[in-house]
Design a protein around this ligand. Structure first.
Ligand code: GLY
Ligand code: MN
Ligand code: MN
Length: 466
């Protein structure tokens, strides 16, 4: 007897929401992710397709979901196979899938090629994810050829193909209560992991023990797994000193020295949902003067971005607010030369801050760490203007940015990265700082999910003394 997947109704409701948007006489096809080989016959740990999981709650590979505009859903999944199950583990199987997943019909994935052409016959519109599943186009073409071969018998072949990906992306952008519950739990676990890594780092250095980046990564993993998260939602960054200025650095083998900052960007994945936290802290538990000056500047920029994250605001407002605070601070601290860059507005217009702050202030967060959903406001895709980038000269088409709505989840993550250069005060060289929290847009502003890990410099120092 198989236990039904919890919250069956959640997935049923999501599928109903999709089928209601397909239009008359339409069908949608969505496969999960393939198993991927790592080397020889070893596989990467399996991760389902996020949208497939969003609509099914089903985590096995070799599965397909077919949705019809009459509201019916059909699952294709791996058949029961006692011998394969000895090697690879339990399979739900189509017989149990109907009750366990709440779908209307379920068949073996071995029957896909036989059943799909029949399901496509006499439909007007076929929805499938146009851009994300390698090899799917050819598979669908093959099924459509089989339908076309029967037109002389009066069968109709779908004449319209539409992108299921965009439809699901927009749905996933607004999180439902079930998702927010999971994201709060994921955030809670990740916050505990950051606290643990900070405390261990200072305690080990105080005890005179050498500390390496990978040891703090191990502390994060320990905390993720012991609370039931599947692992990191993305490759953890644990960067000591100058390594923090490498944006995609991964936890490596560098020793962490007394007096350096450590940047940790890490978050767990829980039941498919990502969290994404960055904290930057002094390895020994005490910020130096220059470290503290830049830290407080990044924190002030983050607060300005948080204040700009509310319903009705544009997605880019948070970035613009952070850039303004950072650029003013760079002028005040002498990292930008007023003689050369002029006023605050001039410096922003020329993107003079870009050599110290070269990424965006946030991204959508959900089943994927860089989650789906357009960053352009769909109701305003028409208006656009052309400009040339101040630094590269690249032509850029500006379109109105997304208007924030309650239920959207995004990160707020300004930073500063100072590489050695003759025109930069030496005291700031090799300091890399990012502060990142996860936020849900609410009816009045935003709720930060990740503040169980301290963020004020004084609070970090107090935590690390403990
Ligand atoms: N950790 C990935 C990011 O912050 O975007
Ligand atoms: Mn992020
Ligand atoms: Mn991050």
């Amino acid at each position: 007897m198989t236990a039904p997947i919890p919250h069956l109704d959640v997935y049923r409701r999501r599928r109903a929401h999709v089928t209601a948007q397909l239009g008359d006489n339409a069908i949608a096809i969505l496969p999960t992710a393939p198993v991927r080989l790592r080397n020889r016959d070893s596989e990467y740990p399996y991760r389902f397709d996020s949208s497939f999981y969003y609509l099914s709650g089903f985590a096995e590979p070799n599965a397909w979901l077919v949705l019809q505009s009459d509201g019916r859903s059909i699952l294709f999944c791996q058949p029961k196979d006692p011998e394969r199950e000895i090697w690879d583990g339990y399979r739900l199987g189509p017989e149990a899938a109907v009750a366990a997943l709440g779908v209307d019909e379920a068949y073996s994935c071995d029957e896909l090629d036989a059943r799909l052409p029949k399901l496509l016959e006499n439909r007007t519109t076929l929805w499938w994810p146009l851009a994300t599943h390698e090899g799917l186009h050819a598979r669908i073409d093959g099924w459509l050829q089989r339908v076309r071969a029967r037109v002389r018998y009066g069968v109709l072949c779908p004449s319209v193909q539409r992108d299921l990906g965009s439809l699901l992306d927009e749905m996933r952008l607004i999180k439902d209560e079930h998702e927010l519950h999971l994201m709060r739990r994921a955030a809670h676990i990740s916050a505990r992991a950051h606290v643990r890594a900070m405390q261990r780092c200072a305690a080990w250095l105080r005890a005179g023990r050498p500390v390496h980046e990978y040891e703090l990564e191990a502390e994060l993993l320990h905390e993720f797994r012991r609370h039931g998260a599947s692992g990191p939602a993305y490759g953890s960054i644990v960067a000591a000193g100058a390594n923090a200025c490498v944006l995609h650095y991964r936890a490596d083998a560098a020793p962490i020295h007394d007096g350096e900052l450590v940047l940790i960007d890490a978050g767990c994945e829980l039941d498919g949902y990502a969290s994404d936290i960055t904290r930057t802290f002094p390895a020994n538990g005490r910020f130096s003067g220059p470290q503290r000056a830049l830290y407080d500047l990044v924190l002030a920029a983050q607060q300005a971005a948080i204040d700009a994250t509310r319903p009705g605001a544009r997605f880019t407002d948070a970035h613009d607010a952070a850039v303004r605070v950072l650029t003013q601070g760079l002028l005040d601290e002498g990292l930008l030369d007023r003689q050369r860059v002029g006023t605050l507005d001039d410096a922003i217009a020329q993107r003079a801050y870009f050599r110290f702050y070269m990424h965006r202030t946030g991204h959508w967060l959900g089943l994927d760490v860089h989650d789906v959903g357009s960053y352009i406001e769909p109701s305003e895709v028409g208006p656009s203007s052309l400009r040339h980038d101040a630094l590269s000269g690249e032509p850029i088409i500006d379109r109105p940015a997304r208007i924030l709505r309650p239920g959207m989840v995004l990160t707020i993550e300004p930073g500063l990265y100072v590489r050695p250069a003759d025109d930069v005060p030496r005291a700031f060289w090799n300091i890399g700082i990012r502060i990142e929290d996860d936020a849900v847009v609410t009816a009045t502003g935003c709720e930060l999910l990740t503040r169980e890990v301290p963020v004020r410099a004084d609070d970090i120092e107090a935590l690390m003394r403990g």
